[in-house]
Design a protein around this ligand. Structure first.
Ligand code: SF4
Ligand code: SF4
Length: 358
């Protein structure tokens, strides 16, 4: 099976969900993934149901298209997700499934049940041995590791820490258990600019650690208990929370790629990646209230069996189709291609690819 072919269909700005679903099916067939499945392969379709108030996620008809294709190939699909570190509607399995339902993800609409793969509160994990620069073992959601096959469905967005989020981030961060997510964030320790802080309290509401942020006349972060999850940076609408990234964003990208390696390494020839390059926003779909809408026009949908190749192709396609650079526009200070370089270095995939328009 080819490992670095990337298949592509274009999308216009008004593309209806039914048309996106039909294109999703065509991509599935082009990759040959269905032929790799054997009878009853339990197949995790890893996606993101969107935070409350954020509708940037890949829509249920596209997930249904993949579910139907996996079933037709003999597999047993389910929609897979993990809980978040921070306080939101996705912090535990119960609230997460209810929110997914509000966003239209039900067994009736998609043909598959939802399983929150790291358990009720993010502790259902397996440690997987890898050969990385930072880790010899990584902590991942047990039910994703226990699945025989994986389809990672990623909506590409900008991301303040990694520059952009797509397949590597969906695997590395999105499939990590709570412990795995904490380990990846451990180098981030933000501070609050007292002049900019309005004491609105939003960061306190989202912070997962009791007493990490003290709110008096202004907010203040206690670095002895802060776990560096970065949520306060993401949710502050006044740019009051600051962090000097220095090498930290590169280290986070390396750690993310190493967790991604742990996810795929026991699923040889049984992984497929979709990147949706539509509704391209500066902030990721974890933001409760996006600070702004799309910053670039829709580009298309990509599919590949190589997570590095599909992310590299996504970055390149956005530049060639829109004449602009998503990350350059959103987070010019972040060297986002570092995740691709490190992914290739540790054997996660290849930055060289063949783009095939269908
Ligand atoms: S969200 Fe920003 S402005 Fe609001 S309290 Fe926190 S640091 Fe201050
Ligand atoms: S203070 Fe620390 S633990 Fe709390 S949201 Fe910010 S980075 Fe996360």
């Amino acid at each position: 099976m080819p490992t670095n072919k990337v298949y592509f269909v274009s999308l216009n700005d008004e593309e209806p969900a039914a048309s996106q679903a039909e294109k999703t099916c065509r991509l599935f067939d082009a990759t040959g993934f269905g032929e790799q499945l054997t009878a009853n392969d339990i197949t995790a379709i890893k996606t993101h149901f969107g935070e409350a108030g954020n509708l940037g996620f890949v829509k249920p008809p596209c997930l249904k298209a993949i579910v139907d294709k996996v079933k037709a190939a003999g597999g047993a699909p389910f929609l897979a997700e993990t809980s978040t570190l921070y306080n939101g509607r996705r912090k535990n399995a119960i609230d997460h499934i209810l929110l997914a339902r509000e966003h239209g993800f039900t067994p009736e609409s998609t043909g598959a049940p939802i399983i929150i793969c790291d358990g009720l509160i993010g502790r259902n994990e397996l440690e997987i041995k890898i050969k990385g620069k930072h880790y010899q073992k990584v902590s991942l959601a047990a039910d994703i590791i226990s699945s025989q096959a994986l389809v990672a469905v990623s909506h590409m967005t900008g991301h303040m820490a990694s520059g952009f989020g797509a397949a590597i981030k969906n695997l590395g961060m999105g499939c990590a258990s709570r412990k795995g997510k904490m380990k990846q964030h451990s180098d981030i320790k933000p501070t609050v600019d007292q002049d900019k802080c309005t004491a609105c309290g939003v960061c306190v509401r989202w912070c997962p650690v009791d007493d990490a942020i003290k709110l008096g006349a202004k907010a203040e972060i206690n670095h002895t208990v802060c776990i560096g999850c970065g949520e306060c940076l993401a949710v502050c609408h006044f740019d009051a929370v600051q962090f000097s990234w220095g090498e930290a964003n590169k280290i986070l990208q390396e750690k993310m790629a190493e967790h991604a390696l742990g996810v795929v390494q026991n699923k040889e020839n049984k992984v497929l990646f979709y990147n949706y390059l539509n509704h391209l926003t500066k902030d990721c779909d974890c933001m409760e209230t996006p600070k702004e809408g799309p910053i670039l026009p829709n580009v298309g949908i990509l599919a590949s069996t190589d997570p590095v190749a599909i992310d590299q192709a996504s970055v390149d396609l956005i530049k060639s189709k829109t004449g602009e650079d998503l990350v350059g526009k959103a987070y010019p200070e972040v060297e986002c291609e570092h995740q691709l370089a490190h992914g290739e270095k540790i054997g996660l995939g290849s930055r060289k690819y063949e783009l095939i328009a269908i």
